[in-house]
Design a protein around this ligand. Sequence first.
Ligand SMILES: [Zn+2]
Ligand SMILES: [Zn+2]
Ligand SMILES: [Zn+2]
Length: 102
Amino acid sequence: MAVCHWCDEEMPKGGSCSVAELHRGGTSVAMIPFGDERPRWSGEKCGDCGVRRGGFHHPGCDIQRCAVCRGQMLSCGCRFDEDGPDPDDVAFDHEGDLPGIA
Ligand SMILES: [Zn+2]
Ligand SMILES: [Zn+2]
Ligand SMILES: [Zn+2]
């Protein structure tokens, strides 16, 4: 079972993530709750992280939209304070299955 490392919930249980906002330069940025994103997901539960409508996605969810650029949160590249200070020093591999680079 995948456990969200932000809220320690097992994601498929359908609970909202505790991460309702992140910060950029110390300014809070409210996350977009499931059901408010565009394009709209048609099910009652998020097809990726399993949160119910109205709850907050668990970060890393495919369907979560970025509150800053409205792109896919997973791949949009916006940085938040919670991501750590220096993007160039952080290996951001969501995939985890990159081909072996020696
Ligand atoms: Zn979570
Ligand atoms: Zn989700
Ligand atoms: Zn973004």
